[in-house]
Design a protein around this ligand. Structure first.
Ligand SMILES: Cc1cc2nc3c(=O)[nH]c(=O)nc-3n(C[C@H](O)[C@H](O)[C@H](O)COP(=O)(O)OP(=O)(O)OC[C@H]3O[C@@H](n4cnc5c(N)ncnc54)[C@H](O)[C@@H]3O)c2cc1C
Length: 283
């Protein structure tokens, strides 16, 4: 079991991981991408102390270089569930399980809110994880709502299992090779069902499905951790970056405004120290 599980590779996650290493704690660092898009995409950054007029690409490079120089590297994977097992936490990422004494959420903020029905039917026909749940739908009819071209191999895997596969690519230039993939160029607006999800509804129609896979790189914090206190889309934390769940800490944009690199990096530092203190006090 790891001392800490750190999720996200933006400034908050990088800072938490570097500090976990400096604090001599064992950790697993999981991130949907090796660096944050929100860092890579900034044209020119004027407010990062010590690095005036640095571009986002350069900042992403120095973050990565700093971490790698200390032997700190993220494992690429989307965390789709975090479970409180009374004294430890189990994390699920791309079909693998991890256990840790503490969790540091450095998730950033999601641009899009979950659609109506998404949280309601999660685990009841809606899944975020192709490798975890794909086999449940062997020979069945599924819908896949995919938000990123990087997950096209997962669409192909799901289509290889399903008898019928309806795919909603939510990005340009899709290239889905599965022969049975039926592409629907519509934006889903909600998920409907009874005890389980039954259909994906879009403007002007719907598609029926036994299961719905939503492939995206970020999942809302309240969906990820049952019982987490979230207000206005932000995780509520105290000055120690502690959440309402003992052992879970949060840092960066996911805890609220201002959305800034320095604030994120600073909170990553605080969260790692608070997690280390929490571990020291465990019986
Ligand atoms: C174009 C642009 C320009 C900006 N310019 C500036 C600027 O000049 N100065 C400034 O201070 N700020 C700027 N910002 C804001 C800054 O980018 C953010 O405040 C900062 O990146 C927040 O860091 P973070 O670590 O909290 O989250 P992020 O950088 O958003 O990183 C979070 C990471 O966690 C990953 N993640 C989320 N959920 C999961 C999951 N379930 N499993 C695995 N990984 C997950 C995400 O994919 C992401 O990579 C800018 C933002 C943009 C978009």
């Amino acid at each position: 079991m790891y001392d800490m599980a750190i999720i996200g590779a933006g400034p908050a996650g990088v800072s938490a991981a570097i500090n976990a290493k400096l604090l001599n704690k064992s950790y697993i660092w999981l991130a949907s991408r090796p660096t944050s898009k929100k860092v890579e995409r900034a044209e020119l950054i004027k407010n990062y102390p010590g690095l005036p007029d640095i571009t986002g690409e350069q900042l992403a490079f120095v973050f990565r270089h700093h971490a790698e120089s200390m032997g700190v590297e993220p494992s690429v994977g989307v965390v789709t569930g975090i479970y409180d097992l009374d004294g430890k936490f189990a994390l699920l990422a791309d079909g693998r399980d991890y256990e840790a004494k503490t969790v540091i959420l450095c998730l950033g903020v999601e641009a899009a809110k979950p659609l109506e029905g998404e949280e309601q039917f999660l685990g009841r026909g809606i899944s975020y994880c192709a490798t975890c749940d794909g086999m449940l739908y062997k020979g069945k009819k599924i819908a896949v709502v995919c938000h990123d071209k990087r997950y096209e191999h997962e669409i192909e895997y799901l289509c290889s299992l399903a008898a019928e596969c309806y795919v909603f690519p939510m990005y340009q230039n899709y290239d889905i090779k599965a022969q049975n993939a039926k592409i629907i160029l519509k934006n889903p607006v909600k998920y409907e069902g009874d005890m389980r999800v039954r259909r994906v509804v879009y403007k002007g129609g719907f598609t029926e499905a036994d299961g719905v896979f939503i492939l995206k790189s970020a999942i809302s914090p309240a969906t990820l951790v049952h019982g987490l206190n979230v207000e206005g889309g932000h995780i509520v934390v105290d000055r120690n970056c502690a959440t309402n769940i003992a052992g879970i800490f949060a840092a960066g944009d996911c805890t609220g405004r201002p959305y800034q690199y320095v604030k994120a990096a600073g909170e990553g530092n605080v969260a790692a120290h608070s997690a280390a203190e929490y571990i020291a006090n465990l019986k």
